[in-house]
Design a protein. Sequence first.
Lengths: 110, 116
Amino acid sequence: SQKIEQNSEALNIQEGKTATLTCNYTNYSPAYLQWYRQDPGRGPVFLLLIRENEKEKRKERLKVTFDTTLKQSLFHITASQPADSATYLCALNSGYALNFGKGTSLLVTP
Amino acid sequence: DSGVTQTPKHLITATGQRVTLRCSPRSGDLSVYWYQQSLDQGLQFLIQYYNGEERAKGNILERFSAQQFPDLHSELNLSSLELGDSALYFCASSAHGGSSTNEKLFFGSGTQLSVL
């Protein structure tokens, strides 16, 4: 069956450090992968999309890599800030559907 | 503000009842998606509509049904409610929603359903 796995343990880091979140998948042949941010009680908000033929994508302090051989994406937040504290979800397309991982909670402390 | 409107924000009902959740997509978006989010299951895809037609189905129970109307708003109907149906239900929209597209989704703020 198809699976999207993200680290269920919360990631605690100090302000200014780089946070790295992992998304692994099985039984998908995704054309693209997306990352979303979700704050408590709110809907997910789109952050970045990376296509299967792209190795890396950047947007301001965010960087995403996509390795279709390893079936893995890494999401980096550089110079992290307390405002970056949230749950981060990766999502993969399966036909018309967009399926999400359970997310990794990130806490950035001053 | 994502531009996606969901009503009501909160819904409290009893087991066995039926409820309707409503979603208005962003202006111009043709595709609507419904998701269920619970603590243990994460964000689960239920169903997608594109311009009034069902396009994709996920883990949606037979007790649940949805439709998209000509004005593109969508409703999710949940019947014979059980305690386990308590969850946050999200609607999202995108411009087209085709499988070959790589569109981002815009999510509403959700409807918190509590079945007592």
